[in-house]
Design a protein around this ligand. Structure first.
Ligand SMILES: *Cc1c(COP(=O)(O)O)cnc(C)c1O
Length: 458
């Protein structure tokens, strides 16, 4: 056949759309039509370029169309398998929700009691769904949730500090993730940052000397993502609270991660707990919902009722309010914390942090065995992961990984092949090996990982 005849024989769009394999699919009609057009355009181009002696079979053509349509329909926001060993991976969505939390969020997608009081049959408060549990698990008097911890700090300082001075130690002027910087936040909130002490040492008398008629609050910030070593000194929470009482000033703490569990039990040192701050008498405490708490993205504010009431009434609170799915996921996450052992079992972040060396080695061996059954060469090797999310910056998490033999591929091609899939597997190349850390891969995902590796290598 010559090119003109080939072009004439290219099927029509509508004719292809009537093919059985292209009907009754869960793909929007317009998208499917675009896929047919796209595939026919490229077929036409190949004919014109003289690349074809004959047209492809109908079945093959429909297969190509279907693949193109599925690729176009694929959401750019979709699940991945995290083999990096970084538990709170900011790029991969930070904390994994527990099954209880995910189910809770899915359950309120339709109508819900978001702002409806069933007892009174009248308008209720969206704060009510998490406040009581937050108080119960932290020991605080009152609580609320906003969009994230950055929003929480903004709201707190806007209400308490506007038009006045807020005193903070020079050793705590952190930058988190590029855009959250304490000095810049102060400017946003209309307050003046009054820095005290030095980078490595701050004493109670430094705060005391700085307190004046314009002082509105004392702010303590958890230095989540860095550590100063050597000769250091900072003012204890207890001393800050004492100063606050003496000068009638609120003491505010940005706790960053806000762990409700003492991570010392998992061998992770120096991460403060929320309960410790509450017991010390800090007036207002904020922390993230999706760092060590292991819940949805949220900013949690707890503390004295007289302050929380003011935050709830602030105009910014409306702009920062959380939606029903977040509130449901947060409430279910907090529910797990009513029993700490249940929390460690149910909340993926805690469960991953709690895995022992033996557990991790066993898991890596299991994954390796499943790979070998499929003819994939792999070894169990020692590795180090991280907590991530800007928490616990100086401590690595000893772990075990599966090092996959790349065969005839380069390590980079293996990494890319596993990454660019419908269900991506994200691993890392370290010292000439492609590693999948056993800590962050759910055992239920092993068959999918093995399948992915087999396809990429094969
Ligand atoms: C992470 C962090 C924040 C920002 O919290 P988001 O929930 O990411 O908005 C603020 N302050 C500190 C100390 C943090 O560690």
């Amino acid at each position: 056949m010559d090119n003109r005849e080939l072009l004439r024989n290219i099927p029509k769009v509508d004719e292809l759309l009537r093919e059985e394999v292209l009907t009754g699919l869960d793909i929007p009609a317009a998208l499917l039509r675009e896929a047919v057009r796209g595939e026919l355009d490229s077929l036409r181009a190949r004919v014109l370029a003289g690349e074809l002696d004959s047209l492809p079979e109908r079945e093959a053509l429909c297969g190509d169309i279907l693949r193109r349509a599925r690729r176009e329909a694929l959401s750019p926001l979709r699940p991945v398998i995290n083999g990096t060993g970084v538990v709170l991976h900011t790029n991969l969505g930070r904390a994994c929700l527990s099954r209880r939390a995910a189910a809770g969020a899915a359950a309120v997608g339709g109508y819900s009691t978001l702002e409806y009081d069933l007892d009174r049959g009248a308008r209720g408060s969206r704060h009510s769904h998490v406040e009581q549990l937050l108080c119960q698990v932290t020991g605080a008097e009152a609580a609320m949730a906003v969009n994230n911890n950055a929003a929480a700090v903004l709201l707190i300082l806007s209400e308490l500090g506007r038009g006045g001075e807020v005193i903070t130690s020079r050793g705590e002027l952190v930058e988190i993730g590029g855009s959250f910087r304490i000095p810049d936040i102060m400017v946003q909130c209309g307050c003046t940052l009054k820095e005290v002490g030095t980078t490595n040492k701050t004493h109670p008398r430094d705060y005391e000397r700085a307190i004046g008629p314009d002082t509105r609050a004392l702010l303590k910030v958890h230095t989540s993502n860095f550590k100063i070593m050597g000769f250091t000194e900072s003012v204890s929470l207890e001393d800050m609270v004492e100063l606050g009482k003496q000068y009638d000033l609120p003491v505010v703490q940005d706790l960053g991660s806000g762990s409700l569990v003492d991570l010392e039990r998992f061998g992770i040192h120096d991460e403060p707990t929320v309960q410790h701050s509450v017991r010390a008498g800090v007036d207002v405490i904020s922390f993230s919902g999706d760092k060590l708490l292991g819940g949805p993205q949220a900013g949690i504010i707890i503390g004295k009722k007289k302050y929380i009431d003011r935050f709830k009434a602030h105009p910014l609170a409306r702009a920062m309010r959380v939606d029903k799915m977040t509130l449901a996921a947060l409430r279910e996450t907090l529910f797990s914390y009513t029993d700490l052992e249940l929390a460690v079992e149910e909340i993926p972040t805690l469960r991953m942090l709690s895995l022992s060396d033996e557990d991790l080695r066993g898991r890596a061996s299991l994954l390796r065995d499943q790979m070998e059954e499929r003819g994939i060469s792999a070894q169990v090797v020692r590795t180090e992961g991280q907590v991530g999310g800007g928490s616990v910056p100086t401590q690595l998490l000893p772990s075990w990984a599966v090092a996959v033999e790349p065969g005839r591929l380069s390590l980079e091609a293996l990494e890319e092949g596993l990454r660019r899939r419908e269900l991506p597997v994200i691993g890392r190349i370290f010292r000439e090996q492609y590693l999948l850390d056993a800590r962050t891969i759910d055992e239920r995902d092993y068959p999918a990982v093995v399948q992915a590796v087999a396809e990429v290598l094969g």
